[in-house]
Every structure is written in structure tokens, then in C-alpha cells.
Design a protein around this ligand. Structure first.
Ligand code: NAD
Length: 472
């Protein structure tokens, strides 16, 4: 497969050029390296119409038949992950081996979801009546994903939506459209036309999609601010909604941990993917007895982390993915410096126009500082001291967000008790960033609503339909 050929959209099973094109920038160089198709409103209409048409027959297939397609799609991702990885890195920035891991994981995820089934429920089966609830597909799903995990977050939506009998129009972020378009081309060779349309475009396309009356559901992953706009737009014809939004996730490190064992894991949970992860640790609360020791260890790990162009072999960590996000993180850093907080820049960054930011620790800033209260989505980690458990749980929970959290302690009973108190959809104990397809993932508070993954995630793409059959 030639990965740097012309990039096209998939509409009604066909490879289609955009009405115009937009630039795609390599975040490691700040240079334009490719062009992506810019979908017109008329092309969006065509994509939705083809998904609507495909829905009529797709919904009638059995679960086994649809799962067969998903297995093939997952396998295509796995088989082509090596070839796709460099392109992924050029647009997203993450080192190639880690890019490949995401693509492979996306394929495996689809294959795992393909094993799941939503069965009808029988409530009464008597001489008087049979009462049975079927979980029927909603129709055409509008899917919008961000730039931090373009392939896996798309797979998280494609698999449950298609398995349960829906069809879809999917839009990647304008910052990372290319690997998704390549994936769309692979899937078009497998799927019936119209089941999965993949379109790309600039800032207009998302709002056109969410306000389009042709969709029955919106599955959105992105920031809380955009999620609110999506919800407003969806209200026009009361579309069903799943919103996976931002987080400002707290980790609590108890004094009994073995720092030799956990420091590296805490570093990973905070900075993997240049800290551009919705569920990354973004506020690190450390017991005062071990605070200095852990801070110094994290600084030491950061010093050995090579930040650079992800296409280079020795790079551990890539750039911030786009200029908009880079400016936001710089602004937050500038604010921390202006407020005279102790800002420790722990690593070197390459010269040039790439969007690089050093791994930065903000040493015990006030709780109300912006760097603590806002989601940075970049490699700035505020570390905060605590001495009392109830107090730290209250501080961790004092957030409008409620996506994920972590507890680190050798006393797993105590850690479990803390985990149950945390107001988040996921809590990790002595590990971080692990997700499995069978476990539901749901943001609490302003981290969104609705569920991804697990049986609840499948049900999000269905609506109950109860049939009452009279007997006798
Ligand atoms: P974003 O909200 O700016 O964009 C997300 C997507 O929405 C993009 O495809 C974008 O083009 C589109 N979009 C932008 N404005 C729109 C509008 N008005 N209507 C419809 N679509 C619109 O987010 P981002 O900067 O791409 O991603 C980072 C954010 O995503 C962070 O807040 C992060 O926490 C969150 N995120 C959440 C999860 C999760 O599962 N909860 C996962 C990954 C990222």
C-alpha cells in the first residue's frame, strides 16, 4: 500500500476527492507534508444518504454476519499496522513503534467487540402473553473523534455501532485525518457500500454534521467545551448522544508505596503520548513523607526521556500534536511562571519549528492555580502535597471533571476504599491507563455522558423495543 498517495474520502463505498483540500502539518517540523480532502456540504449529504440506504440491509444481517465483517476489518488493521505507522507518526507525532501499537490495538479491539452480543430480554412468557424486548439499532451514527488517538478512538465507535446494526459517517480531527482515510480505504474493500463513510474537513464540517437532520445518533469524543456545542446542536432533532469529554484526572500516592517500583509507572501514566490523553494523571497528589523523593525520581526519569521527531529511532516522546494545543499549553506554562510558581523544566527539546515542550513539573502549586484546575493536555504536571486522606480525596473530587483517577498504595484495602470515594468513571489501583473492551468507560460530571465499551457501550447504539404478544 502506498501511504503517501492522494488521500481520498470514502463515500458510498467509493474513493472520492474533496471539493477542495486542506493542509496537514507534521507537528515535529511545523511543515505541511500532505493535503487532505475537504468535504463539502453536498458530499456530506451524499455520505448520509448512502449510510441511510445501507442501513436498510445492514440492520437485517445477523450478529454473526456483522461480526464477520468486523473481524476482517480488525485483521486488516493488524496486518497493515506496520505500514501505516509512519504515516500516523508524520501527522500525529508519536514515535513509530507506539503508533503501530495503537493501530494494532485498534484492530484487536474491534475483534474483541465482535465477540459480544446484545440479546433480547424476555420479561414474561406465560399463557396470557409473551413480553419481549429487542434492542434495535438506532440508524445512522455521526462519529467525531479527536487527534490524540485517532485510530483506536475511531475503532471504539465503529465496532459497537456496526455490530449492533447501525451504519456510520465518521470524521477524524482535521489535525490527523490521513491514517483514518487510509483505514477507510481498507475497510471499503471489506464492507458493503455506505455502511461506513469516512469524510474529512476543516472546522465547518463538525457543526454541519452535528446539526444535520439525517443522523440518528452522535458519538463524540473531544473537549468538554466542544461537547457542550455538540449537545446544543443535537437538541434540534433530539439525537441520541454519547459524549466522551475532557478530564483533569487526579492520582493519589500513599506513603507506603515502593518508589523503585512505582515511579516509572506514575511517570508513564502522566506523560505517555506527550500527556495528550484524556485519562492521563493531570494532578499528582503525593503524601508529604515521600513527596521530595518521588519528585526527584520523576525529574530523573524525565531527564533520560528523549523528546524529538517520532520518525527517529531514538525518540521516546514526540511533540504536542498541533499548534493550537501547543499555544494553549505554552499559555498555561506562562501563567504558572507569571504567578511565580516553581516550574521545573526537566528535559531538553530539539531546536526548530516543531511543537515541542519539555517535560515540566510544577512543584506544589496552590490548589486554585490554573495549572491545577485546568486540563493541560500537555506535559506539565502539577505535583501537590497532602497529609490527610480525607482531605486529599476531597481535593481530588473538587473538579467539574470526573473521567479517571488513580491510587497508589501497598495497602490495597485502603486503596480500594479511596477508589470507591473518587468521583470518576474509572479508577486504577497500582497501575494506569489500562482499558479492556468488556469494561464500561463513562465520564462522570462534565467529562461527558453515555458509555463506551462493555455491554453498556453496545446498548448505547440501540434502543429498546418491547413487543407484547397476547396468548390464549
Ligand atoms: P476538540 O473538542 O477540539 O475536537 C474534537 C473533534 O470535534 C474534532 O474532530 C473537531 O474537528 C470536532 N469539532 C470541533 N468543534 C466542533 C463543533 N462545534 N461541532 C462538532 N464537532 C466539532 O478536542 P481535541 O482538541 O481534538 O481533543 C482533545 C480533547 O479531547 C481533550 O479535552 C481530551 O480530554 C478529550 N478526549 C476525551 C476522551 C474521552 O474518551 N473522554 C478521549 C480522548 C480525548
Amino acid at each position: 500500500m502506498d501511504m503517501l498517495e492522494d488521500f481520498n474520502m470514502i463515500i458510498d463505498g467509493k474513493s472520492v476527492a474533496g471539493a477542495s483540500n486542506f493542509d496537514v502539518i507534521n507537528p515535529a517540523t511545523g511543515e505541511i507534508f500532505a493535503k487532505a480532502p475537504d468535504c463539502s456540504e453536498a458530499q456530506l449529504d451524499e455520505a448520509i444518504a448512502s449510510s441511510r440506504q445501507a442501513f436498510l440491509s445492514w440492520k437485517k444481517l445477523s450478529y454473526e454476519e456483522r461480526a464477520g465483517y468486523l473481524n476482517e476489518m480488525g485483521q486488516a488493521l493488524i496486518d497493515n499496522a506496520g505500514e501505516m505507522a509512519r504515516l500516523f507518526t508524520l501527522e500525529q507525532g508519536r514515535p513509530v513503534a507506539l503508533a503501530q501499537a495503537e493501530i494494532t490495538n485498534g484492530g484487536e479491539w474491534m475483534q474483541s467487540i465482535a465477540k459480544m452480543r446484545v440479546e433480547a430480554d424476555i420479561h414474561e412468557d406465560s399463557d396470557q402473553q409473551l413480553v419481549k424486548t429487542h434492542h434495535v439499532p438506532l440508524g445512522v451514527v455521526c462519529t467525531i473523534v479527536p487527534w490524540n488517538f485517532p485510530i483506536s478512538l475511531a475503532a471504539w465507535k465503529i465496532a459497537p455501532a456496526l455490530l449492533t446494526g447501525n451504519t456510520m459517517v465518521l470524521k477524524p480531527s482535521p489535525f490527523t485525518p490521513l491514517s483514518t482515510l487510509v483505514m477507510g480505504k481498507m475497510f471499503a474493500d471489506i464492507l458493503p457500500a455506505g455502511v461506513l463513510n469516512i469524510i474529512s474537513g476543516g472546522d465547518n464540517l463538525g457543526p454541519w454534521m452535528t446539526s444535520h437532520p439525517g443522523f440518528d445518533k452522535i458519538a463524540f469524543t473531544g473537549s468538554t467545551a466542544t461537547g457542550k456545542r455538540v449537545m446544543e446542536s443535537a437538541s434540534k432533532n433530539l439525537k441520541s448522544l454519547t459524549l466522551e469529554l475532557g478530564g483533569n484526572d487526579a492520582a493519589i500516592v500513599m506513603p507506603d508505596v515502593d518508589l523503585d517500583e512505582v515511579a516509572g509507572k506514575i511517570f508513564f501514566g502522566s506523560f505517555f503520548n506527550t500527556a495528550q490523553i484524556c485519562v492521563a494523571t493531570k494532578r499528582l497528589y503525593v503524601h508529604e513523607d515521600i513527596y521530595d523523593d518521588l519528585r526527584d525520581r520523576l525529574i530523573a526519569i524525565a531527564k533520560t526521556t528523549k523528546i524529538g521527531d517520532g520518525t527517529k529511532q531514538d525518540t521516546d516522546m514526540g511533540p504536542i500534536q498541533n499548534k493550537r494545543q501547543y499555544d494553549r499549553v505554552q499559555e498555561l506554562l506562562g501563567d504558572a511562571k507569571k504567578a511565580d510558581l516553581t516550574v521545573i523544566e526537566c528535559s531538553d527539546i530539539p531546536d526548530g519549528k516543531g511543537y515541542f515542550i519539555p517535560i515540566t513539573i510544577v512543584d506544589n502549586p496552590p490548589e486554585q492555580s490554573r495549572v491545577v484546575q485546568e486540563e493541560a493536555f500537555g506535559p506539565i504536571l502539577p505535583m501537590l502535597k497532602f497529609s490527610d486522606v480525607d482531605d486529599v480525596v476531597a481535593r481530588a473530587n473538587a473538579s467539574d471533571y470526573g473521567l479517571a483517577g488513580a491510587v497508589w498504595s501497598k495497602d490495597t484495602d485502603k486503596a480500594m476504599a479511596i477508589a470507591l470515594e473518587m468521583e470518576t468513571g474509572v479508577v486504577w489501583i497500582n497501575q494506569n491507563l489500562i482499558m479492556i473492551p468488556g469494561a464500561p468507560f463513562a465520564g462522570h460530571k462534565q467529562s461527558g455522558f453515555g458509555v463506551e465499551n462493555g455491554m453498556e457501550g453496545l446498548l448505547e447504539y440501540t434502543v429498546p423495543k418491547s413487543i407484547y404478544l397476547a396468548r390464549g
